[in-house]
Write a protein that binds this ligand. Structure first.
Ligand code: ADP
Ligand code: NMN
Length: 200
């Protein structure tokens, strides 16, 4: 059984989940694992001197749990898809199963970074990021000053670390239209799928 694991990383509100959902619809036998689903309970998140909860770091995430889920897909993608109520198409053993892992810190966690066959990173300018973020409601919601006091400085720090430790990332301009981004990445992934299919 052939498998492909694609990482869709990027800044907060860069368009990761929009792109990932579009890809899942276009790629048969694919599914998504989203890092957002692995945040620890609010009570476990430390607070800094300004009272800001420290959400934008790996410590805020249950990465062991996320790795367990990636591992169960790797062991049996068919079972994993069925567990999630997703259809699998008959492929007589020639098909390729695709896992899309999306999240803002997926390349900063080494054991996860190691599983990717393809890595994409969606970026947008500061002001666009701040504006998009201001209309999104997280749980708990961002307190006043959170973007400039926590989110953006942590993004710069995490990104610097990513660039120091990870290679082979394809950077995507998140200002392009949703349709253009989806078409380009979908085309790229289908080429990878073809390469895998051709391999004995
Ligand atoms: N290419 C795009 N152009 C304009 N707006 C976008 C684009 N992609 C996503 N958005 C919008 O930006 C916001 C954040 O998108 P989302 O996919 O949830 O980001 P992320 O998962 O990276 O946090 C949403 O309102 C979404 O509709
Ligand atoms: N899902 C949650 O429990 C939760 C809570 C508070 C903040 N967040 C924010 O989620 C962001 C990451 O997710 P996105 O990349 O989807 O924006 C982080 O910047 C973090 O501040 C998430």
């Amino acid at each position: 059984m052939k498998r492909l694991i694609v990482g869709v990383g990027g800044m907060t509100n860069g368009g990761k989940s929009t792109l990932s959902k579009g890809l899942q619809q276009k790629i048969s036998n694919s599914c998504i694992i989203a890092q957002d689903s692995y945040f620890k309970d609010e009570s476990a998140i430390p607070v800094d001197n300004n009272g800001f909860k420290q959400y934008d770091m790996l410590d805020a995430l249950e990465m062991d749990m996320m790795m367990r889920d990636v591992g169960s897909w790797q062991r049996d993608p068919n079972w994993f898809l069925r567990q999630r109520g997703l259809n699998t198409t008959q492929n007589n053993g020639t098909g390729v199963f695709v896992l899309i892992v999306e999240g803002f810190l997926i390349f900063n966690y080494r054991p996860l970074n190691e599983v990717f066959d393809k890595r994409y990173f969606m970026e947008i300018p500061y002001h666009v990021c701040k504006t998009r973020r201001s209309s999104r409601v997280y749980s708990p919601p961002d307190p006043p000053g959170y973007f400039d006091g926590h989110v953006w400085p942590m993004y710069l720090k995490n990104r610097q670390e990513m660039e120091r430790t990870v290679s082979g990332i394809v950077f995507l301009d998140g200002l392009k239209s949703k349709e253009e981004l989806l078409a380009a990445v979908n085309n790229d992934i289908h080429q990878e799928i073809e390469k895998l299919r051709e391999k004995a």
